[in-house]
Design a protein around this ligand. Structure first.
Ligand code: UD2
Length: 305
């Protein structure tokens, strides 16, 4: 009798456990695929609980790696640099070699931020632009050239990040991989047909209905130097073809990035812990917020509407 009761209790426990894990993991699924810790092509989806930070740090410590990190701050976006860098110095690849490349049209506006051990900052001047869309899209070409001309054989990995962001928690070696995409914080729990992919066939970023795995953000992507170089080169070429055909993809380089990731699947995907949204910080859909897009008044900070 006692045995039967425990068995029923066990079954009930299993039922509750499975239902709860179903609810908790509702997040990063495509419509047909229920796993959330890996993609349908078996790339890990990194989130709290999927890695041991001490163990993974100790493995990478033996490899003597350098991580380049790029960020752009033109026009009024220079106001975001301080928080970005100061918070990065608290949370971003602490204890590993990091080289930030900050592109700006106003080097005099770059604040003094104390860099941690083995962290370096290089400031690069780029021309101002009249349209925020051109600034955002133009990053692909500048990154391509930076990797080609300066970083080859010097760094192992690279991450390309938006500046209107802030770190709140660890971003470490668990994020490293050959090609790394980050799930967009607005769309990770949307069905595929609601992703804001480019839907006009005339654009090189076109993704037909019924295709696509996830909606990735362009505010953070990375990987090995060779893979990210290929990504930026491909997106730059596709952006140029669109420009020659007088078409601009709905979400600019982000649309092209999504098209790229459709054809070349990321080897690692970062959960929205790695790009959340300050604007509704309290939503409890992630266990920890590591990096977040800060709230901004677009009309006030951008050079055009
Ligand atoms: C989204 C993407 C962004 C980009 C953009 C393209 C997210 C969270 N972000 O953000 O990565 O794909 O859509 O439509 O999905 N910048 C300047 N000065 C300017 C304007 C832009 O330096 O005047 C740089 C800056 O690094 C900024 C980035 O370009 O972080 C992207 O611009 P945004 O943040 O205004 O774009 P947003 O918020 O629409």
């Amino acid at each position: 009798m006692r045995l039967r009761q425990s068995f029923h209790f066990f079954l009930f426990g299993m039922f509750v456990g499975l239902s709860l894990s179903g609810l908790i993991f509702f997040g990063y699924t495509s419509s047909w695929f229920s796993r959330t810790d890996v993609t349908p092509w078996l790339a890990p989806v990194v989130c709290e609980g999927t890695f041991d930070s001490n163990l993974i740090d100790s493995i990478y410590k033996q490899q003597n790696i350098t991580i380049a990190t790029t960020v752009f701050a033109l026009g009024k976006y220079t106001r975001f640099i301080k928080d970005f860098l100061e918070s990065a110095e608290e949370h971003y690849f602490v204890g590993f070699r990091v080289h930030y490349y900050l592109f700006t049209d106003q080097p005099e506006a770059v604040p003094e931020v104390k860099m941690g051990k083995n962290h370096h900052l290089t400031v690069r001047i780029v021309p101002s632009m009249d349209r925020w869309q051109d600034i955002s899209m133009g990053r692909m070409e500048i990154l391509e050239k930076l990797m080609e001309n300066e970083l080859a054989n010097k760094v192992d990995y690279i991450f390309c990040l938006d500046v209107d962001t802030k770190f709140y928690g660890r971003w470490g070696v668990e994020t490293l991989g050959r090609l790394v995409g980050v799930l967009h914080p607005w769309f990770f729990d949307y069905p595929r047909d609601q992703f804001t992919y480019e839907r006009r066939q005339e654009s090189q970023a076109f993704i037909p209905a019924g295709e696509g795995d996830y909606y990735y953000t362009a505010a953070a992507f990375g990987g090995s130097l060779a893979d990210v170089h290929h990504l930026t080169k491909t997106c730059r070429k596709q952006l140029n073809i669109d420009a020659a055909n007088s078409i601009e993809a709905i979400w600019h380089e982000e649309s092209h990035l999504n098209k790229y990731f459709l054809n070349k699947k990321p080897s690692k995907v970062l959960s929205p812990e790695y790009l959340w949204r300050d604007i509704n910080m309290s939503v409890g859909q992630v266990k920890i917020i590591r990096f977040s897009h800060v709230a901004k008044n677009n009309a006030e900070v951008r050079p055009n509407v």
